[in-house]
Design a protein around this ligand. Structure first.
Ligand SMILES: Nc1ncnc2c1ncn2[C@@H]1O[C@H](COP(=O)(O)OP(=O)(O)OP(=O)(O)O)[C@@H](O)[C@H]1O
Ligand SMILES: [Mg+2]
Length: 461
């Protein structure tokens, strides 16, 4: 086994027990490949395991046996395996076909026709290139898949994407905080999808939905007869998530006893099924979420401080929708498309006043509420555009206080007014509604305080 390093040449590993053939091959392919020679399977495997090899050219019969087949199988089990070409004695093509069924790319019969072999190896190399490119493409897609479901370009969201990308490949416990409907579960899923654990399971547990006893057995499982009703042994969700991710939703709701058990699961990576005192090792990544302020709960003595710190290794805070109003149009677009497709409707968008009503509404239920509002509107919409009357009454109820022309004397958006006049009136109304509190008014309008100040000056309000 010898070779000088020739940069950028594809690597070829020749496995051949006859020295003359080996040397002949080396002479012929020198300059085209970076060549490694091996007389037997052991040497060949050493080469394969110590560096990437593009093409493996092996004799099927090494030392009179059929070790070439063994080598083929073993070579394919390494990560990013080489493309394999077999050399076989004239008359033993049957074995060669068998080998191709086991993943060999092609075979060539001996005595070797070097020109023909050259063609075969070039083709093999090309196929490997295509395969590598496909692999890279798939990896790219996977990466995208992890975040592609998340909509939003607001600076706070962009920061969150960065953080997700950073921590996803690690095993660090992540605590996602945010109001209801802000996308906590979506974030947890992307953390899983972007991690090396993605081929194992993502197991979500809604901690608030279960009584303390049931929650404990849900998480850690139980032995037969552990409590009344435990008629069978049951595997818990932690065990189900082995090598994957467990998502503990509404973690703030778990009782004191389960908090202790969870602390142990996180600290020692071991669990005990209910009714057993055997420690089971678990390899699970924990992502937790809460719509409560967990730190405040710690201060109030409702949540263990030690558990809080175990969970809060990497915090991700999801802002409420009203604090990233610039993303509302993106959500509207995506949801209109989704629901028109589902309902076989051809809806191109929203009327300006419907859009404005949605832009100004406070969204206490965040993205989930916005999604539901669009679903509602798409279902009711008769034309190509969603109008104000298609929106849920609650949204109109709130935004009308700001929009109603009758109340404020502001002409409706349909009349022929330019945007500036409209904007000025909205600012005036917002200031009026908030007793000239600029901070509050800016919030109401969904713009920053600085922008509002600038506009007040510009419009001489
Ligand atoms: N950034 C986002 N991009 C796309 N869809 C989102 C986003 N945030 C939330 N959603 C959508 O809003 C809905 C609620 O999201 P999700 O269930 O992740 O919220 P949550 O924070 O877990 O809410 P809860 O606290 O009520 O469980 C889902 O339909 C989800 O697809
Ligand atoms: Mg949720």
């Amino acid at each position: 086994m010898t070779s000088e390093v020739k940069n950028n040449l594809p690597t070829l590993l020749v496995v051949e027990d006859e020295k003359n053939t080996r040397d002949g091959l080396r002479r012929y392919f020198d300059g085209k490949f970076d060549i490694y020679l091996a007389p037997d399977v052991t040497t060949a495997m050493n080469v394969l395991e110590s560096q990437p090899v593009d093409v493996l050219l092996t004799d099927l019969r090494l030392m009179g046996g059929t070790e070439g087949l063994d080598l083929l199988v073993r070579a394919q089990s390494i990560s990013h395996p080489p493309v394999c070409v077999l050399m076989t004695a004239y008359g033993s093509e049957k074995v060669a076909v068998q080998a191709m069924k086991r993943g060999a790319y092609d075979y060539i019969t001996k005595p070797l026709d070097l020109e023909k072999l050259d063609v075969v190896l070039t083709r093999a190399l090309h196929s490997r290139k295509v395969e590598t490119e496909n692999l890279q493409l798939r990896e790219e897609l996977d990466k995208k898949f992890g975040l592609e479901k998340l909509i939003g370009n607001a600076p706070a969201m962009v920061e969150i994407y960065d953080r997700i990308r950073q921590v996803a490949p690690t095993n660090a416990t992540v605590l996602i905080e945010g109001e209801s409907g802000t996308g906590k579960e979506l974030v947890a899923q992307s953390l899983h999808m972007l991690s090396p654990r993605k081929s194992a399971r993502f197991v979500a547990v809604h901690c608030a939905a279960l009584s303390p006893q049931l929650l404990e057995s849900e998480l850690f499982g139980h032995e037969k007869g552990a409590f009344t009703g435990a008629i069978e042994r049951r595997i818990g969700r932690f065990e189900e998530a082995t090598h994957g991710t467990i998502f503990l939703d509404e973690i703030g709701e778990i009782d004191a006893v389960t908090q202790v058990k969870l602390l142990r699961a996180l600290g020692e990576q071991t669990i005990q099924r209910v009714g057993s005192n055997q420690n089971l090792k678990v390899d699970v990544r924990v992502v937790a979420a809460t719509n409560k302020n967990l730190e405040a709960q710690v201060r109030e003595g409702k949540f263990r401080e030690d558990l809080f710190y175990r969970l809060d290794v990497v915090p991700i805070h999801l802002p409420p929708l009203r604090e990233r109003r610039e993303d509302i149009p993106l959500f509207i677009n995506a949801f209109v498309q989704e629901y028109s497709r589902q309902n076989h409707k051809r809806i191109s968008g929203l009327s300006m006043d419907a859009q404005e009503a949605l832009q100004r509404y406070d969204w206490p239920g965040n993205v989930r509420e916005l999604r539901a509002a669009i679903e509602h509107a798409v279902a009711l919409c008769r034309g190509e555009r969603i109008g104000v009357r298609d929106l849920p009454a609650r949204i109109l109820g709130q935004s009308n206080t700001l929009l109603s022309p009758a109340q404020s004397g502001v002409p409706s958006a349909q009349s022929n007014l330019n945007l500036e006049t409209l904007e000025k009136s909205f600012i005036q109304q917002a200031l009026h509604l908030t007793d000239r509190n600029v901070t509050e008014a800016a919030k109401l309008l969904g713009i920053s305080r600085r922008t509002l100040h600038r506009k007040i000056k510009a419009y001489q309000i």
